[in-house]
Ligand binder design. Structure first.
Ligand SMILES: [Zn+2]
Length: 192
């Protein structure tokens, strides 16, 4: 099963997330992660120190997700989106991801994060909201400030000439927001 998992399938992971948003009719921020996960898996409370993990019943093909609900709410929302990614991207072929070689697992983890990012923070959720500060954007998306900052920092690359207009900000507010995001991710590891 390792074949096909040598490189991160960015476009595929984003496309599947976009299809799920379309299926659930999601057009506004604050993606209902619990409702979506509940559609695909039996949700249980995790009692370990992990954020979340998923097992698949090899006989029935049903999924069960263990989610640590004691983590901060927005972090739990990311975890649920990430686990939905593992399920819908077909990562769990056996019982769980236990025993998957590290290099393959790294690719899967990145894909699940790309999926989570696209499910929680598609570009259309940012359009025209004109929020000036990172904490406001994070609250709007109901994600952590760190996850939101990593997403916002992609804007100059994704929309080199229209980034600030899409956010509805002036040049100076956009520059300040980018600086705020850069400061927020210093010392943290990129999520996707
Ligand atoms: Zn994972």
């Amino acid at each position: 099963m390792a074949t096909g998992y040598k490189a991160v399938r960015y476009r595929f992971s984003r496309k599947v997330a976009a299809e799920i948003r379309a299926f659930f009719g999601l057009r506004h921020a604050a993606t209902p992660t619990m409702q979506i996960l509940d559609t695909f898996a039996d949700i249980r409370m995790d009692d370990t120190d992990q954020d979340g993990w998923t097992v698949r019943n090899p006989v029935t093909g049903h999924y069960r997700c263990f989610i640590n609900l004691e983590m901060p709410r927005n972090r739990t929302r990311w975890t649920m989106a990430h686990e939905i990614g593992h399920i819908l991207l077909g990562h769990i072929q056996d019982v769980s991801l236990d025993g998957v070689p590290d290099d393959v697992l790294n690719v899967m983890e990145r894909e699940a994060n790309v999926f989570a990012e696209e499910l929680l923070m598609p570009w259309e959720f940012f359009e025209g909201h004109a929020l000036r500060n990172l904490p406001e954007w994070a609250e709007h998306m109901e994600v952590s400030q760190e996850a939101c900052a990593w997403r916002l920092l992609q804007i100059p690359r994704v929309y080199p000439s229209s980034g600030r207009q899409r956010l509805g900000l002036t040049d100076s507010d956009f520059t300040l927001l980018m600086a705020q995001c850069a400061a927020a991710v210093i010392g943290t590891k990129a999520i996707v």
